[in-house]
Ligand binder design. Sequence first.
Ligand code: BG6
Length: 494
Amino acid sequence: HQNAATIFIIFGGAGDLSWRKLFPALYSLYRSNWLPENFAIVAADRKSMNLEEYREHIRNGVETFAPQYDSSLWSCFSEKIESYLIADLSEAAFYESLKHTLEQIGTKWETKPNWIFYLAISPSLIKTVVSQIGIAQLFLAPADSRIVVEKPYGHDLKSANELDQCLGRVFKESQIFRIDHYLGKETVQNILALRFANAWWEPIWDSRYIDHVQITVAEEVGVELRGEYYEHAGALRDMVQNHMLQLLCLIAMEPPVSFDSDEIRNKKVDVLHAVRKIIPDEVHQIAVRGQYGRGWIKGKEVVAYREEPGVKSDSSTETFAAIKLFIDNWRWQNVPFYLRTGKRLAKRVTQIVVTLKPIPHQAFPARALDQWLPNRMILNIQPEESISLVFHAKIPGPVIRLSPVNLQFKYQEAFKKGSPEAYETLLRDVIIGDGTLFMRADQAQAAWSIVDPILEFWENTPPIDFPNYPAGSWGPESAQVLIAKDGKSWYEGG
Ligand code: BG6
């Protein structure tokens, strides 16, 4: 697959995702020699511009967002942008002209290239585009064409199933690449290496030794200019159903037998299937929500969510969610997993904290223990990329006193190079047809089944206290209560 001639077709080629993420990633792949020799990009969008204007628009994005922009490389790369088609994506005529363009490129190369359809479009257009691709018979043998679908993948279990059916009428499951960009992050992929390439952790990686796990994805940013989208999403749909449950899977999955893509995904989906079903009566005990009010971020005053563009002034959409889950299998019996995420929180951090149970017997005198903390493994996914182990050491001196110390591995120091952007890794995998880091239909469905009861309960019981946390804080008081009632607290260290 490595060097197969490929045409990369972007629906929504003039949109923000293409500008900010897709093209900078394609450019970086080109710079690192990761693109096949015969590689062409065909972009389609509503906006009216000619190819030169389009290339210039994209150049601007690449210059802004690609880590190493080099103007001399740009001109070669820009020639890969073969065509910009002004398109009404609901019109059959467009798909005919697209087909013609694709066939022409194949004729020029004297080969049958792979076709990759990338849907960088609003979710409301997905079904239209997929059906039109079907009607125009814009497909090749399953091994030679792929379709990439962005999140949000559905709005709930029912709509995700409908999407699956729609895609399934035109594409086989092996051709469908559902993106979850968290899975492309180096530090997320490294969870697999940490767990399954080492003998250190596996013997203690279960309910005998692990007290609980916390997964935090905290953002400083608000909803920015995405108010309209976010009003229909909220934190649970935007972050928990996808990114956070994927992190949970990587932490909790059983060891895979091989790195075969279905083997990894089977082991991950097993975790989702084992998550204890949430019943409506329990939702208030295991899930809390919040919405930011005005506050301060890095010394700057910021507006409340309800004052953001595109947001209703009495919006009930949650910008913060925290939930407690249990995984009902042999390994994780009664180990709570606490997940929290929110916008406009005190600092940007994505972190997984694994806390061990206390030692069985404390032999040290009480006066030695005034700084006692549980043993922890802290996986910092971003912005810092590191893994820390917190354990106890003796403070030098004539009396016995213990102090928690930190053994830390930093990616940047160890490998002396930065990590590629998630989209780089994922686009490369799409090009070579490796689906390991993409969501299979059953994974997306299982993840919706977990959050659906919470969403339904929340929809039926509108919040009465929104906004309930100031921007720049760690979220609503109820999130502290959620974990404090189990005798634990959120880890807010470095
Ligand atoms: C996206 C969400 O999937 O992830 C955004 O839609 C969120 O709301 C973003 O800001 C966070 O991604 P990252 O890579 O910045 O952690």
